[in-house]
Design a protein around this ligand. Structure first.
Ligand code: ATP
Ligand code: MG
Length: 252
């Protein structure tokens, strides 16, 4: 069995990359083969796993057709976890992809020959609903939507859900929503509690029980090129991502 998860929300800074990297690391820790594909020209997932953002080939060369996905796969310092890195060049894909025929299918087709090798493939999307996110959503079986537990959390979610239905209808009937995960939740504040209640009321079936707390260790781990479960395995942030990984696996 192999499942492809896209981590998507067009809103910036809501915890997509943090969730992609840490979910990938937790699943790898459980002994499954995991492939993380960095779909963002900011290359935060690439750097957050300790790789340089100037190594080629990257996902940019894969989408452009000058490299196979196989050639772009790199090992990481973590057993069972491999990555297809991104680089700032990937920004060009936003202009170049729409000029190519059937450009929505490029990532799906590139992944096809390798996806069975990985029990889980995780796609870290950029903060937009542009061609790179569309490629990820076409290649994915499920979407995980990180939602920052802050004011305006719900803003944009309706638009995202509309986009997901459109992609389901037109491009990828397999696509389902695995769930929404509340991130950077500060349980001491009234605001975080209110936002959590509101998001759960709006999307009763969709929100994961696990809530990711705002946690200093999570925030600093990328500067060590590590997921939080390796940076500080016993902190609250690491515990939360392990719980989330269990919930994701249980939802199948
Ligand atoms: N639970 C958390 N506790 C503390 N800091 C966090 C937490 N989650 C994420 N951060 C920090 O918040 C910032 C934004 O997180 P992240 O990069 O994961 O968001 P993103 O949605 O991928 O952003 P972008 O839209 O730019 O790709 C980062 O500096 C990250 O380290
Ligand atoms: Mg990101």
């Amino acid at each position: 069995m192999s499942t492809v998860y896209a981590i998507a929300n067009q809103k910036g800074g809501v915890g997509k990359t943090t969730t992609a990297v840490n979910l990938a690391a937790c699943i790898a820790e459980a002994g499954y083969e995991v492939l993380l594909v960095d779909m963002d020209s900011q290359a935060n997932a690439t750097v957050g796993l300790g790789l340089a953002k100037d190594a080629v080939p990257t996902v940019y060369e894969v989408l452009g057709g000058s490299s196979s996905l196989e050639e772009a796969i790199r090992p990481t310092a973590i057993e069972h976890l491999a990555i297809v890195p991104a680089s700032p060049d990937l920004a060009g894909a936003n202009v170049e992809l729409p000029r190519l025929e059937e450009s929505e299918n490029l990532l799906r087709d590139a992944l096809a020959p390798v996806r069975d090798r990985y029990a889980f493939t995780i796609l870290d999307c950029p903060p937009s609903l542009g061609p790179l996110t569309v490629n990820a959503l076409v290649a994915a079986d499920r979407v995980i939507v990180p939602v920052q537990a802050e004011y305006f959390a719900l803003e944009g979610l309706a638009g995202l859900l509309d986009t997901l239905s459109l992609i389901q209808r037109e491009l990828n009937p397999r696509l389902t929503i695995a769930g929404m995960v509340l991130t950077m939740h500060d349980g001491r504040t009234r605001l975080a509690q209110d936002v959590e209640r509101e998001v759960r009321e709006h999307f009763p079936e969709l929100v994961f029980d696990t809530v990711i707390p705002r946690n200093v260790r999570i925030g600093e781990a990328p500067s060590f090129g590590q997921p939080v479960i390796h940076h500080d395995p016993h902190c609250a942030g690491a515990d939360a991502y392990f719980e989330l990984a269990k919930e994701v696996a249980a939802r199948g």
